[in-house]
Design a protein around this ligand. Structure first.
Ligand code: AMP
Ligand code: MG
Length: 342
């Protein structure tokens, strides 16, 4: 009898939850414009293989925000590994690259992070990365012999610099800037917005977040560190920043499970296999988004001890390492930025 009386209530609660969920999904992924309290304007699109959004706080900045989203697509013509005819695609297919180009400047930064990490950060593993299929149906690990063969064509020595040009040593070597390009692009988008007089905003390139100028009321932004599960909207903690980039590398972003084993997209350059060191994510906070992006991947590969040592040796750079038991390990100074709202 009791159960019969509860049934309509359960159905009503269930219906409300479903409606809320649908509304939430619609808002989160709608392409185009989302106007919040009348001042907050978010422009959203799909570019760089991910959802990108730019938030500004003044109606007069709306056109600049829309243009910033369009710029993200323009950057694909330089940095996309898969878009035929992009500058990176041409480079990967034998073209020489002028060292004065934007692409060469990001490759040069990448070589710096490779150098300071004894090769843990490696952009020449495109041939290895492309053996893994994280998106399609074919979620099985690649054949070990193929990985070994592809690894023979990776390494910084495969980038040949002569005079004012760069080229790759052979046709099997493929550069992949997936661990640094979004950060670089976020820095450029910020420069663009500032050149248009935008004083404050948030640039979110698929979780590569750059915020600047603080909120209109003068307070800081609270940026959450995602709970390390695919598509999770929950946060482990939040940090309070006025102007900074917050970038996370996590196993949950692109991964699959095969015979009980997790295969994810951050690879050990020595083995070509997904890094397995007990970590599930690394978050970096820095003024430079390019640095935060490159370092989040670098520190993930280096692991907790070496990664913390590296970040602690850098000024104004902070890190949070999360292990598979959800323990969080902070670099010096990170905890001072933990948001009171967390
Ligand atoms: P992120 O999400 O910034 O950590 O970048 C991960 C992406 O960078 C992967 O999807 C690969 O395209 C590429 N990648 C994987 N392993 C490495 C590595 N050890 N060094 C540099 N890039 C990597
Ligand atoms: Mg990265």
């Amino acid at each position: 009898m009791k159960n019969i009386q509860k049934k309509p209530i359960i159905i009503a609660v269930f219906t409300i939850i479903i409606l809320c969920l649908l509304l939430y999904l619609k808002q989160g992924f709608s392409s185009g414009e989302k106007v919040g309290n009348g001042q907050t304007i978010t422009k959203t699109g799909f570019a760089l293989d991910t959802v990108v959004s730019v938030t500004v706080y003044d109606k007069k900045d709306e056109a600049a925000a829309a243009e910033a989203i369009a710029l993200c697509s323009d950057f694909e013509d330089i940095f996309s590994r898969t878009k035929e005819g992009s500058m990176l695609w041409e480079f990967n297919n034998g073209a020489e690259l002028p060292s004065s180009s934007e692409l060469a400047s990001v490759i040069s930064s990448a070589r710096y992070y490779s150098g300071i990490s004894s090769g843990a950060f490696s952009i020449t593993m495109g041939g290895v990365s492309s053996l893994y299929d994280f998106t399609g149906e074919n979620n099985i690990p690649p054949d070990a012999s193929l990985v070994t063969k592809a690894l023979e064509h990776s390494g910084d020595d495969k980038i040949i610099i002569s005079g004012d040009t760069l080229k790759l040593a052979d046709f099997e070597t493929k550069a992949d800037l997936g661990a640094i390009a979004k950060g670089y692009i976020a820095d450029r988008i910020k420069e663009y917005l500032e050149s248009k007089g935008v004083k404050r905003g948030i640039i979110d390139l698929g979780g590569n977040i750059l915020c600047f100028g603080g909120k209109p009321d003068g307070s800081n932004y609270n940026i959450g560190i995602q709970y390390p599960l695919k598509n999770s909207r929950e946060y482990l903690c939040a940090i309070s920043v006025n102007t900074a980039s917050v970038v996370t590398s996590g196993v949950y972003e692109r991964s699959f499970t095969y015979e009980g084993e997790l295969y994810h997209h951050i690879l050990n350059p020595e083995t070509g296999l997904p890094v397995k060191n007990g970590l599930v994510s690394v978050t970096i906070v820095s003024d430079s988004s390019e640095k935060a992006d490159a370092l989040s991947t670098t520190c993930f590969v280096l692991g907790k001890e070496k990664g913390l040592e590296l970040v602690n040796s850098m000024e104004d750079t902070y890190a949070a390492f999360v292990d598979e038991n959800l323990n969080i390990y902070y670099s010096d100074g990170f905890e001072a930025q933990l948001s009171k709202a967390s």
